[in-house]
Structures are given as structure tokens and as C-alpha cells.
Design a protein around this ligand. Structure first.
Ligand code: ATP
Ligand code: MG
Length: 457
């Protein structure tokens, strides 16, 4: 509500009391609330986010990935074509709407489709292949909010376009494993192959045959999946479906020669670097575009929280109208990873304390303090202040709380004398220095204390 409307309401409600006095009745305003499933990232949380973002950048650099960010809004049919119309994401989790220009748009529920679109649209096929891209941003899924599941969430995302060999799958799995190891999070890497268009139909048929006689035991969702997407039954979390999956046929027994060779090669490479993994015949993933390799990174207390997931998608680019471009990628859930870091009390760097506190007493010194603040800042000195506080005591209390090494006190008398007090916050010793020379003086003292002052040119 704008101020003017509020004012108007106040005036409309103006009334006369029994004594004839004007009484103002203000309508109770209900403060706005978060949309369900969304969350604020408050200042206290950013050290975790910055830490993970820094790690992602470091790994991207080490493994030669370049950053790409695509729009949060894309045409809805990009996702229906890419992800598959019978997947949970497309069937019930997309935030879709028609905009003022009658365009059918959706908030992106995942990264890969938009990046594949960009790869085609910017002719990245003509670049030296493979093209290795990474991203760090927000996705939207209208799921049931619960622990570790939000309707707006962040992902770190790595993709390798234009590489058919299992070397690309290997590198991504190694990158994911190294990242989690460096974060000191215990995880297991779960791997499976979901075959390709040549061998998967026979497997689907075998699954349908297996489940047909057991249909009545399946949950309602899986009854529907049986016809359209039987692979999804394998990773259903419902107890009854989970039990049945244990004796279901497995994809490995149906892989064609090419898929089998690809899978064997991947496992050989991983064995060669002695990376521990678990073959998981029930791993199928929730997106239709996957071919051959799929993998997930599991962590958490019970080792079942899915922290990251990905796989190979050899047909996606061509199905979207590009040239055949075999590719592989994975996404990690930032909120879930940060939650793990917190639960395990993994220390992350916090913003360093400012170097200096600038206290001023009285209006004249406050005016002069703005310039001094700028002079110090330009020298790379991080200055905290509390210009609106009046008393010296309260200002020094703040300085203490911030853990600064020195405080500068600019009072009326000092201002008249052209001086300023430098107070060593560790021992309380105060010195009077020339105001014109204070920047240099402070810098000298900070260097002596081995402060990490930045060098700003
Ligand atoms: P899940 O099986 O947990 O639903 P998914 O297979 O739907 O995961 P992906 O699409 O593979 O997830 O996304 C990769 C990662 O993103 C997941 O492993 C998870 O860590 C995270 N993620 C997925 N959905 C959400 C969500 N709604 N809120 C927070 N993180 C999520
Ligand atoms: Mg999901």
C-alpha cells in the first residue's frame, strides 16, 4: 500500500469521539509474508554461500569450465521438449504463465535445457569441442516444500557439450567427487546406465511385464508411470514400490554393445583413479533426456540425501533442433550442500573485521569525517563508522565489538587543532597525530600489525 493510500484511509476513518475530539482509526495492516516454499538468504548466511561459490569457481578454473548464465525465464515448450512431458517436473512442478505478449513462459526448473538452447543459438558447435560450461543460480519447482526442498532453490551446474567418450563422464564425476571431498562432506557416488534409444525400449517392456502382475501393489503415481514411464517406478520412494523394485529386471542386462562399452570404459577409468562408487541399478533420474550414464552424489546423516545428480544426454541438442552433440552434465543442490556443511560444523571463512573505526564528536567533525573516510578507503583501509551516534563511549563500544585494531577519534578540539586521536584498541593507548598525515600514519601502524589491507591503485 502506498503512503498516500494509507494516509487517505486514515483520513477517511477520521471520526469524532463523544467529547468532539477527532479520533484517527488506523486500519490494521497485515505485513507481507514470504511465498510458501521460498526463503530469504539473510546476511548471516552469506559466508556459506560465498564459500561454496568460491569453491565452484576454483574447480571450474581447474577443470577448464567457463561460466554461462541463461535467463530464468524461457519459453515453456523448451522445457516440455527437453525434459519430457511425462516427467514430474513438467507434469506438475513448473511455474508457467502466459505473458502480456501471449508468450507461454516458464521459470526454469533446471539448467540444462536453457544451456542447450544457448549452445545451439550461439553456434557453439563451431567452437573447439568439447565446450565446458558452468553456472550458479536459481531454479523454480512447485514441489511440496519440506526439509531440503524449496520452490526456489540454487544449483551449481557443470556441463560438457560435444564429447561422446566416457572421458567426459569420468571428468565430471571426478570433479563432483573432488568438490565434495574438499568440502569435507562424506558422500557416495551412485552410478548406473539407462541405455539409449536402441536398447531402452526392450528394457521398458521387460519392466512393464514384471510390474503388470503386481500392479495392485504399486502406489497411485506408479500405476500411472507403468504405462508411460516405467523406469521412474524404480526410484519411487514409497515403501511398497521400493520393495518390488528389488527383484525387477535391471538395465545392465539389456544394454546394447555401444552402451555396454561406454559404461565399462567409464567404470574402468574410475577404477584407474581409485574412485569409490556404488553401482545402483535403481538409479534412473527424473528427466527423460538422459542416455547411458546417470549418477548421483548422496550424503547426509543416513547417506541418502541427494546432494547432486546428473548424467549423459546425447540426444538433447539434436532433439531441440541442433546438430548431434553428445553431452553430459550435473547439478548440485546448493541449499542441501550448505545444510550439510552447517550440520557437520565445517568452518567457512567469514568476512574479516574492518581495520579501523572512525569516531567523531559533534557536527563539525562529522562533516570532516566523510572526507577522511573516503581518503582511508582509497588507501585500501577498511573503515567502520557510526556517524549517527553521538557519544564517544557508544562509538568505542561498537569499535570494540567489531574487533578493529585502531579507532580514530575526531573531536571538536582536535578538529580546531588540525589533529586526530589514534587509539590502539588492544591496549587503549592514545596518540595525537596530524590530521593531514593520519592516513599514512594509520597505514604504517596497520602494516606493522600485519593487517591484510588491500592495495588499491
Ligand atoms: P530429488 O530426487 O531430491 O527430487 P532431483 O532428481 O529432482 O532431486 P535434480 O533435478 O537432479 O534433482 O537436481 C539436482 C540437485 O538439486 C538435487 O540433487 C538436489 O540436491 C537439488 N534439488 C532438486 N530439487 C530441489 C528443491 N526443490 N529444493 C532444493 N534443492 C533441490
Ligand atoms: Mg525432484
Amino acid at each position: 500500500m502506498s503512503l498516500s493510500t494509507m494516509e487517505k484511509e486514515k483520513i477517511d476513518k477520521q471520526d469524532k469521539s463523544a467529547t468532539g475530539e477527532a479520533v484517527i482509526k488506523v486500519k490494521k495492516i497485515i505485513p507481507p509474508q514470504l511465498v510458501r516454499g521460498m526463503r530469504d538468504i539473510l546476511p548471516t548466511e552469506w559466508s556459506w554461500w560465498n564459500f561454496l561459490w568460491a569453491q565452484v569457481q576454483e574447480y571450474a578454473l581447474s577443470y577448464s569450465f567457463e561460466r554461462i548464465e541463461t535467463p530464468i525465464l524461457e519459453k515453456t515448450n523448451l522445457f516440455t521438449r527437453a525434459i519430457g512431458s511425462t516427467t514430474d517436473i513438467v507434469e506438475k512442478e513448473m511455474y508457467s504463465f502466459v505473458d502480456q505478449s501471449e508468450d507461454h513462459l516458464s521459470l526454469r526448473p533446471e539448467y540444462t535445457a536453457g544451456i542447450a538452447r544457448a549452445y545451439i543459438e550461439h553456434g557453439m558447435l563451431s567452437l573447439p569441442q568439447p565446450v565446458k560450461l558452468y553456472s550458479f543460480g536459481q531454479l523454480f519447482r512447485h514441489e511440496r516444500p519440506q526439509a531440503g526442498r524449496f520452490r526456489q532453490f540454487w544449483q551449481l551446474n557443470f556441463e560438457i557439450f560435444g564429447e561422446a567418450q566416457a572421458t567426459a563422464d569420468t571428468q565430471l564425476i571426478l570433479l563432483a567427487a573432488a568438490l565434495f571431498e574438499n568440502l569435507k562432506l562424506p558422500v557416495t557416488i551412485q552410478i548406473n546406465s539407462v541405455g539409449c534409444q536402441a536398447c531402452r525400449p526392450a528394457y521398458k517392456q521387460a519392466l512393464q511385464d514384471y510390474y503388470k502382475t503386481k500392479r495392485s501393489v504399486l502406489c497411485e503415481d506408479c500405476k500411472r508411470r507403468l504405462q508411460r514411464n516405467p523406469l521412474r517406478i524404480l526410484d519411487c520412494k514409497q515403501e511398497e514400490c521400493h520393495e518390488l523394485a528389488k527383484n525387477a529386471p535391471q538395465m545392465v542386462d539389456f544394454l546394447c554393445e555401444i552402451c555396454k562399452n561406454h559404461f565399462t570404459r567409464l567404470l574402468e577409468y574410475l577404477d584407474e583413479v581409485e574412485l569409490a562408487y556404488q553401482l545402483n541399478p535403481y538409479l534412473v533420474r527424473g528427466l527423460d533426456y538422459y542416455t547411458r550414464t546417470v549418477f548421483e552424489v548422496w550424503g547426509g546423516d543416513e547417506g541418502k540425501t541427494v546432494l547432486a545428480g546428473g548424467g549423459r544426454y546425447d540426444n538433447l541438442v539434436s532433439e531441440l533442433g541442433g546438430q548431434p552433440t553428445p553431452s553430459v552434465g550435473f547439478g548440485g543442490g546448493v541449499e542441501r550442500i550448505i545444510n550439510e556443511l552447517k550440520v557437520r560444523q565445517i568452518a567457512v571463512p567469514t568476512a574479516p573485521a574492518p581495520d579501523l573505526f572512525l569516531a567523531c564528536l559533534g557536527e563539525a567533525s562529522r562533516k570532516r569525517a566523510f572526507k577522511l573516510f573516503e581518503d582511508l578507503r582509497r588507501q585500501g583501509i577498511r573503515v567502520a563508522e557510526s556517524f549517527t551516534k553521538e557519544g564517544l563511549k557508544s562509538q568505542l563500544e561498537i569499535a570494540n565489538r567489531l574487533g578493529v585494531k585502531f579507532a580514530l577519534v575526531l573531536g571538536q578540539k582536535e578538529l580546531m587543532d588540525g589533529t586526530i586521536i589514534v587509539r590502539d584498541m588492544e591496549n587503549g593507548i592514545q596518540e595525537i597525530v596530524d590530521l593531514k598525515k593520519v592516513v599514512e600514519e594509520v597505514k604504517k601502524r596497520l602494516v606493522a600489525r600485519q593487517s591484510n589491507i588491500l592495495t588499491v591503485s
